[in-house]
Design a protein around this ligand. Structure first.
Ligand SMILES: C[S@@+](CC[C@H](N)C(=O)[O-])C[C@H]1O[C@@H](n2cnc3c(N)ncnc32)[C@H](O)[C@@H]1O
Length: 204
């Protein structure tokens, strides 16, 4: 099935707070981003950010240079609508991440539950190629994916589950693991989803 059509249909047919991945506050992502940022407020791109509230929280914390990329224009419209005037402070990119042509670099790449949909090796290779071109030297990549004991599907689609070793093998030798966290996400329907959150830096 066409990837874009799937996601446009999802966001057209469900309210954001009804989606299984919804979080009122993306606490684990914020913790890892703060660890990557230290005392600075580095540039950040949220890949597969959808209509997540992460961007709202980062604006609240004073991050001045934010981008959200998603394959679904509907998702980005919903995020922009929620943010109102603040939406103009964010760069919005409607693109399949595997086809993204970055015109610049970012210091943090964040992805919660987008990479795990790439079940084909060729798509994962393209993702890593885009990541290598988009992430600044010394920058951090934060990827959250279903853990080995997590669900086998997300949004009705097959996914790949990862631990830190498997994810590191996909990203390749330029990425050095700094942090991993195991998190149990409770869906709005009350089901548990086991996630791994991973932070790597891009070595010289
Ligand atoms: C499970 S949702 C997670 C959304 C958000 N990261 C969060 O944590 O709330 C997956 C998101 O990835 C987006 N997505 C899926 N495949 C993608 C791709 N190949 N390129 C860009 N975005 C994609 C979907 O549109 C959706 O918004």
């Amino acid at each position: 099935m066409d990837r874009k059509r799937h996601w446009e249909d999802v966001y057209a047919s469900k309210a954001v707070h009804e989606t299984s991945w919804h979080q009122a506050e993306p606490a684990p992502s914020l913790a890892l981003i703060r660890h990557a940022a230290g005392k600075r407020k580095p540039s950040l791109i949220d890949v597969g950010g959808g209509a997540s509230r992460l961007v709202d929280c980062l604006l609240d914390e004073g991050f001045p240079d934010l981008a959200v990329l998603d394959i679904s224009g509907q998702a980005l419209d919903q995020a922009r609508l929620r943010l109102g005037r603040r939406a103009s402070r964010v760069e919005w990119v409607e693109s399949d991440v595997t086809q993204f042509e970055p015109g610049r670099t970012y210091e943090i790449w964040h992805d919660r539950a987008a990479f795990h949909f790439l079940t084909e090796a060729e798509d994962r290779r393209r993702y890593v190629d885009v990541l290598l071109r988009t992430l600044a030297e010394g920058g951090h990549v934060i990827i959250a994916a279903f853990a080995p004991d997590g669900p086998q599907k997300c949004s009705g689609l097959d996914i790949v589950r990862y631990d830190a070793r498997a994810l590191g093998a996909e990203l390749g030798p330029r990425f050095v693991l700094d942090e991993e966290r195991y998190e149990v996400h409770l869906t709005p329907a009350g089901r548990e989803q086991r996630f791994g959150f991973h932070r790597f830096h891009k070595a010289a």
